[in-house]
Design a protein around this ligand. Structure first.
Ligand code: ATP
Length: 357
């Protein structure tokens, strides 16, 4: 296994910047997930690590080698794609052996490694089958075994679970993570599935429009989002637009005056999370903000309900209320009070700055 370093890696197609100066240091054995909306440059970044795309700027280092311009087969990267990409006419065992034969290993070594890789993904009994005789989950495990058999310096996963149904996806997710830990594999995975990213990663890289918006742990991204984009992309965020009038004082476009943590003066947005808000029939004493409102909509979600409350003509918030049997459960049309402590809200400049944590 090896450390992976990207230094200002960029990819341009004519005037279009698909990836802009991505700098990332993945430690030996670390599991990093690239997360972001469609078209943000995740796959292009992964393909530059794999060697299928040559960067137009910057460098990629794997261990102590600069691999920026090396072709894929000279990088020792194990790849798993969304589409499995198995050879249909080869057996499971032959598929797993393929990369080893390309590397011209001795026959006995190949047999031993294929057995080992299939055992790791718990498919040692299916080596003679053809891919079409396997379920989707099993095919994806063959693709993983094929990537592991070459004993890669880095494992690269491109939306590896998106062809699987929801239940299987959760199982394979745990299997990949356990295997990755057990083998100490340096791993980079691409996904646009936030839950998948949060459950699997040691660290996450949030990208948008080709650039890194923030790098950090789940907690960093959720509790200390670098900008409005990250606050909206990771977890649920609600945004009230307005301006910071004075330190700790925010006025919404709808005319509400709110106490907030410090933020940049001028036009800004106040970001709130539904689970940080409280709701009651009377003003909420002891909180920095307590505002009257009217319930406009309630959605029951089992463990919790989302209560949509109109606070002013242009400001509406969602309060997440746990369904514990007792407690306050307002109906549509009810007059309520919504409150939160000043530090539960983050203030971002209307167009947030980029930074790395
Ligand atoms: P998705 O989740 O939809 O796969 P992504 O984040 O992986 O998206 P990329 O595939 O990396 O996105 O693409 C990033 C941007 O680069 C997109 O806007 C895409 O249209 C553009 N792009 C990718 N390949 C090329 C190419 N060969 N020529 C021109 N533009 C390209």
């Amino acid at each position: 296994m090896a450390r992976l370093q990207l230094d200002s890696v960029s990819k341009r197609y004519g005037d279009f910047h698909a990836v802009r100066e991505v700098t990332l240091d993945v430690a030996d054995g670390e599991f990093v997930v690239l997360l972001g909306p469609s078209g943000c440059g995740k796959t292009t970044t992964l393909r530059m690590i794999a060697g299928f795309i040559t960067p137009t700027g910057g460098s990629v280092r794997l261990g102590d080698r600069d691999v920026t311009t090396l072709p894929p087969w000279r990088r020792n990267a194990g790849l798993v794609f969304q589409s499995y990409a198995l050879f249909p006419h080869l057996t499971v065992g032959q598929n797993v052996a393929f990369g080893l034969e390309m590397r011209k290993l001795a026959r006995a070594d190949i047999a031993a490694r294929v057995t080992e890789a299939l055992r790791l993904v718990r498919l040692e009994h299916l080596g003679e089958r053809l891919p079409r005789q396997l379920s989707g989950g099993q095919q994806q495990r063959v693709a993983l075994a094929r990537a592991l058999a070459i004993r890669p310096d880095v494992l690269l996963l491109d939306e590896p679970l998106s062809n699987l149904d929801a239940k299987l996806r959760q199982e394979v997710r745990v299997e990949i993570r356990e295997l990755q830990r057990q083998l100490g594999l340096t791993t980079v995975m691409v996904t646009h599935d936030q839950e998948e990213a949060l459950t699997m990663a040691d660290r996450l890289v949030v990208m948008n429009e080709g650039a890194v918006r923030q790098i950090g742990s789940q907690r960093d991204l959720y509790e200390r989002p670098a900008d409005r984009f990250v606050a909206g992309f990771v977890g649920r965020g609600m945004f009230l637009s307005g301006e910071v009038e004075a330190p700790g004082s925010f006025r919404t476009d709808g005319g509400l005056r709110l106490r907030c943590a410090d933020g940049p003066r001028g036009k800004a947005v106040l970001a709130l999370r539904p689970e940080r808000l409280e709701i009651g029939a009377a003003p909420l004493s002891g909180l920095d903000n307590s505002l009257p409102g009217k319930v406009e909509f309630v959605s029951y979600l089992g463990a919790a309900s989302d209560v949509h409350v109109r606070l002013s003509s242009s400001d509406r918030v969602i309060v997440q209320v746990a369904n514990r049997g007792e407690g306050f459960a307002p109906d549509v049309g009810a007059d309520v009070h919504v409150g939160w402590p000043a530090d539960a809200a983050k203030v971002f400049a209307a167009d947030g700055p980029r930074r790395e944590t």
